[in-house]
Ligand binder design. Structure first.
Ligand code: F6P
Length: 564
């Protein structure tokens, strides 16, 4: 068990006290058996489930009692979750290491209420960019925006990485049933040339639109890939004047966009108060809007806005993001769970785990708190996952019978977009069965009964018995949507964003910077110079030095062989 302590936060006393109370409570709660809890309390589902609009959250299959939840909510209160939440919604610069507000909620503020930063309402600028996006997306979708030969655009390529890729890609995949039938989407992110080559070889420059998406417009991978796309395009189009028809940019960095050669008329702006991993609601969603249309994009914003309102106003005990967050704290800081699995039973949500990996781990993967102190407690979990049904045939064994606690979110929709209803019923039966199996396990008696029911004699397979018993008692949340629509996807993604926010507050972190990714980027730049000049004299540790030298030597040998 790990505990929260060192902090100079003003609420230190109550926060520590709340943690201590939870620690004491944990000593008994660690022995809870969910089977017994369900047997003792017929109302357990009603007690520990919550519905908000299209989203049902059942959190009854967790190692919790009413007292646990009371104490977890006390911790949330003592961590000042409510006042930090209000500070975020009011445009305060809660990203203190970068002196920035955190206002992705403004991007989907569908009300008439202003949201100010330094006394200036950001909403007119937000609305103006949405209008610009709508006008442009509408023209591409209708065929009015044509390529340099007058052909309609048939392929949209988002070139970006991290939040400038994962969000648009995840949403596009999730909303595929809503896509424009005449337009295909592609996503280039990897600096491995194979990614760009594979995509470009499918495309016709006359009918392709590149959306270069980068908040900073300095990200090496994105700018390099965009330059490759530009050269590929010019090899056919010839005249640089045609670039304007085929390249648009989404960025906060106007100068760099102009320098790249994109007409600023075709630049879609956003702002430093939008974090990369929270940016799909901004102009970074341009490719989404082109592919699914303005109406569906705004429905996505509407859903997120509804979740924002819920988060901003619901009492903590009925506040879905708060509940999810505090359950995560319970697993992470008391049971010592290292990871958290995201398991969508929905083909269209197959990229959600990857999206949430960045959203959560880049936000709360920190070991220094807001006051600059090293923490002595666990912060963000390792988030991972895959579509549940495939996972069942791959890694679920470890969740069921391994030695680690792996709390998991099971996500599915009641209505499917697929016409294959039998498949949906099979999938949903597995969806329900897995959380039940994880919770119940199978006792020795039940195992013996199952063996006999299968026609075998228990005595003949006695040596297998210990392997066939499941201890169960594994925690999970079930999130059930009515249907995966733009609106419900907005609800779902905003739910996770706010969960991450709450956990960041409880752990006293700034969830909105990402200094940890910088060092590798800097070193890579230096090493690129060394590789390009084949100069191995720069100081490195012996491992890195020898690896670079080995690479260069082998590359040289290969080149000599090739040249004859
Ligand atoms: O390196 C991490 C990161 O800065 C992410 O936070 C961000 O989403 C990604 O790179 C891409 O950044 P940009 O949109 O500026 O190209």
């Amino acid at each position: 068990m790990t505990t929260v302590s060192n902090t100079q936060n003003s609420s230190i006393g109550t926060r520590e006290a709340a943690f201590s109370k939870l620690q004491e409570h944990f000593e008994q709660a660690r022995h809870l058996k969910m089977r017994d809890l369900f047997a003792q309390d017929k109302e357990r589902f009603q007690r520990f489930s919550l519905q908000f609009e299209d989203v049902l959250l059942d959190y009854s299959k967790n190692l919790i009692s009413s007292e646990t939840m009371t104490l977890l909510l006390e911790l949330a209160r003592a961590s000042n979750v409510e006042s930090w939440r209000d500070r975020m919604f009011h445009g305060e610069k809660i990203n203190d290491t970068e002196h920035r507000a955190v206002l992705h909620v403004a991007l989907r503020n569908r009300s008439d209420n202003p949201i100010n930063i330094d006394g200036e309402d950001v909403m007119p600028a937000v609305r103006s960019v949405i209008a610009h996006m709508s006008e442009f997306a509408g023209r591409v979708r209708s065929g009015d925006w044509t390529g340099y030969t007058g052909e309609r655009i048939t392929d949209v390529v988002n070139v970006g990485i991290g939040g400038s890729d994962l969000g648009p890609k995840m949403v596009y995949e999730a909303l595929k049933p809503y896509r424009h039938s005449a337009t295909k989407a592609h996503f280039i992110s990897n600096i491995d040339g194979a990614h760009t080559e594979e995509i470009l070889e499918e495309l016709n420059p006359e009918t392709t639109l590149f959306v270069v998406s980068s908040k900073t417009f300095t990200t090496q991978e994105t700018i390099t890939n965009a330059n490759t796309a530009r050269s590929w395009f010019l090899a056919s189009a010839g005249d640089e004047a045609h670039i304007a028809k085929h390249f648009v940019a989404v960025s906060t960095n106007r100068e760099a966009v102009i320098e790249f050669g994109i007409d600023p008329e075709n630049m879609f702006e956003f702002w430093d108060w939008v974090g990369g991993r929270y940016s799909l609601w901004s102009a970074i969603g341009l490719s989404i809007m082109i592919l699914v249309g303005e109406e569906n994009f705004t429905a996505l914003l509407d859903g997120a806005h509804a979740m924002d309102n819920h988060f901003a106003t619901a009492p903590l005990g009925q506040n879905m993001p708060v509940i999810l967050a505090m359950l995560g704290v319970w697993h992470n800081n008391f049971f010592g769970a290292e990871t958290h699995a995201i398991l969508p039973y929905d083909h269209y949500l197959r990229s959600l785990p990857m999206y949430l990996e960045q959203a959560d781990m880049e936000s709360n993967g920190k070991s220094v708190d807001r006051d600059g102190h090293h923490v002595n407690y666990n912060t963000g979990p390792i988030v991972w996952g895959a579509t549940g049904i495939n996972g069942q045939h791959a890694f679920y064994q470890l969740i069921h019978q391994g030695t680690k606690m792996i709390p998991a979110d099971f996500i599915a929709s009641i209505q499917t977009h697929s016409k294959l209803k039998l498949q949906h019923d099979i999938m949903m039966s597995n969806f329900f069965a897995q959380t039940e199996a994880l919770m119940r396990g199978r006792t020795l008696e039940e195992t013996c009964a199952a063996i006999e029911a299968s026609g075998l004699n228990v005595d003949d397979v006695r040596d297998r018995l210990p392997h066939m018993v499941f201890e169960g008692n594994h925690p999970s949340n079930t999130i059930l949507l009515n249907k995966l629509t733009p609106y419900s996807l907005g609800l779902l993604v905003a739910l996770y964003e706010h969960k991450i926010f709450v956990q960041g507050i409880v752990w006293n972190l700034n969830s909105y910077d990402q200094w940890g990714v910088e060092l590798g980027k800097q070193l890579a730049k230096q090493i690129l110079d060394e590789i390009e000049s084949a100069d191995t004299s720069a100081p490195h540790d012996s491992s890195t030095h020898n690896l670079i030298s080995y690479y260069l030597k082998r590359r040289q040998q290969r080149a000599e062989k090739r040249d004859g």
